[in-house]
Design a protein around this ligand. Sequence first.
Ligand SMILES: *Cc1c(COP(=O)(O)O)cnc(C)c1O
Ligand SMILES: [Zn+2]
Length: 409
Amino acid sequence: MANITSLRCRECSREYPVQAINVCEYCFGPLEVVYDYEAIRKVASRQRIERGPFSMWRYADFLPADYNPRIDINAGFTPLVRCYNLAKQLGLKELWIKNDSVNPSYSFKDRVVAVASAKALELGFDTLACASTGNLACAVAAHAARAGIKSFVFIPSDLEAGKVLGAAIYGPTVVAIDGNYDDVNRLCSELAETYKWAFVNINVRPFYADGSKTLGYEVAEQLGWRAPVHAVVPAASGAMFTKIHRGLTEFADMGLIDGVPTQMHLAQARGCAPIATAFEEGRFVVKPVKPNSVAKSLAIGNPADGYYALKTIEASRGSGTVVDEDEVAAGMKLLAQTEGIFAETAGGVAISALVRLARSGRIKPDEPTVVYITGNGLKTPDPVAGVVKPLRIKPTVASFESAMAARVA
Ligand SMILES: *Cc1c(COP(=O)(O)O)cnc(C)c1O
Ligand SMILES: [Zn+2]
């Protein structure tokens, strides 16, 4: 059984029994899972984790749902890649990419859905649903297919084709809405009152959000049981950003790592940067914006966890970076061409933020740094389509040689 006791309001601390709710009835604050850390402390050890499955479920003691093979698609335990070329280019000594683009449905959203969907089955739901900026739809539809249950995925109608197809292939009902993500989310919040479905990022959000803690645990384990000095993370709602830090601090509290020196750096693109802008302007109040960004997976204009993300920046002595829209594709190309990793637009945002942080001296050469690559570039090819310019030749050596000569000239 999961080591949890209840849900608790982040604002007024009122507690609720474990169930599918996400806001406090008294103050409308968001609810969080309360863990039984005494029980976790009794069992948790490096050896126990190292003996576990090669998936995020090796951290099951720290998760709010029980492992359920019926819905598991093997999310997590993705590579942590040491980056020598990019590090050299930026003058850094120890740079790592957490490559979550190779999850089963090609984004980190498999982690959050793994937990939310396992909990949804536990709570007796027979239908999964979500309000999605794209990757979440893919992850929800894949998990539902695996479990043989229904799913409904609600998306803005202007999503990238790769994400719509990447969800539709698993057989969900895809609902495309004329509006942006914030409209989709508002509609889904209303639907969640009537339809008895597990909306993974609405009524089961407290469980969902904690799936991202595994991005902290895994990096700590893969670095040889230590936390990095810097983490660079792309943000939409800001939930993943806060939970990576939570994962690291839980490991320190449980004695699995020595401490958490990690400065958390949040990255957003100019066309939708409400959290990073609030940081730059020294505010803890996030002003909603109307998204217009090539980084569609980050296009949440009214981020649910924006305030908590700003608190995480403050507590970790981190920062927020806004990158320009044209830096998104530049970051995607830079990572692909230095390290052989094809990230989606959110990864381009993170890499360009890293470039800015390294160039400005905010990240110093000998400080170990991890950049989170959260989604796969094959879902968002359009911004980098310009790289496709093959040498067009006849199938003869002469034709090849004249084409090569022309290219050199
Ligand atoms: C959803 C998403 C994010 C942002 O996650 P939040 O928890 O909403 O901040 C980042 N990268 C990718 C690829 C995503 O799909
Ligand atoms: Zn409350």
